[in-house]
Ligand binder design. Structure first.
Ligand SMILES: [Zn+2]
Length: 228
């Protein structure tokens, strides 16, 4: 009797072991197949240092543009690094330092980045104007446009922001240096108008910054699915 149970136990043990082996090997092989190639994103926080960007309405209450876009950029980079596999984030600045436009494009081009995302905040003499706005170099840059469209949807759906019309070199009537000189798909996103009183509060809030970073992150994640 004892021998019989021992044999039975042994048999069960080996069945379990081989089952585990099959499950784990198929799990790892599936993972291997799904492993994505490296995806390099340049996260560009606009302005910095003596270049404050757009000025706020009240320095006692709010930040200048350079200090609004930096936390959004850092948060975006954090999401990309922590939530996506095999992604390399390159920041053009991680603190309050001045970086020239030439240097920003050089960083992106030297890294042969897959995507360049420049983050800014807008200003208009008309205080009623509000919303996010996405800029690309030209409509015919196919992948910039694909990302821009995804970004606009996420800003609207995830962040619940008003989203203004996509801007290209033609509709703007002028070039934007970082978009003109980067060799990869590139967008510049104005995350809102500091000149609109309600939007200025939102842009300075931790909540607003986190949701905006999350919306941009989701657009990058979706875009990567299309190109890789
Ligand atoms: Zn700016």
């Amino acid at each position: 009797m004892n021998q019989y149970y021992l044999k039975k136990k042994k048999a069960i043990f080996f069945i379990c072991l081989s089952f585990l082996f099959v499950v784990s090997s198929s799990f790892f092989s599936v993972k291997k197949v799904n492993k994505k190639p490296l995806f390099v994103v340049v996260v560009d926080a606009g302005h910095g240092g003596y270049d404050v960007g757009n000025e706020c309405s009240d320095l006692k209450k709010f930040n200048q543009e350079k200090d609004i876009v930096l936390p959004v950029a850092l948060e975006l980079g954090g999401y990309l690094e922590n939530l996506l596999e095999n992604v390399k984030v390159i920041y053009t600045r991680k603190d309050d330092t001045f970086v020239s436009l030439e240097k920003r494009t050089e960083i992106a081009n030297e890294a042969s980045a897959d995507l360049f995302v420049s983050i800014h905040a807008n200003h208009n003499p008309n205080k009623n104007i509000h919303g996010c706005q996405v800029h690309i170099h030209n409509h015919d840059i196919k992948f910039s446009k694909i990302f821009a469209k995804k970004l606009m949807s996420q800003l609207s759906e995830r962040a619940k922001r008003k989203v203004l019309k996509l801007q290209t070199t033609n509709s703007r009537g002028h070039n934007l240096f970082v978009l003109q000189n980067t060799k990869m798909p590139a967008v510049l996103v104005e995350i809102g108008f500091m000149s609109n009183p309600r939007e200025e509060v939102y842009l300075n809030s931790e909540y607003g910054q986190a949701i905006l970073a999350s919306a941009i992150f989701r657009a990058v994640r979706e875009y990567r699915e299309v190109v890789q």
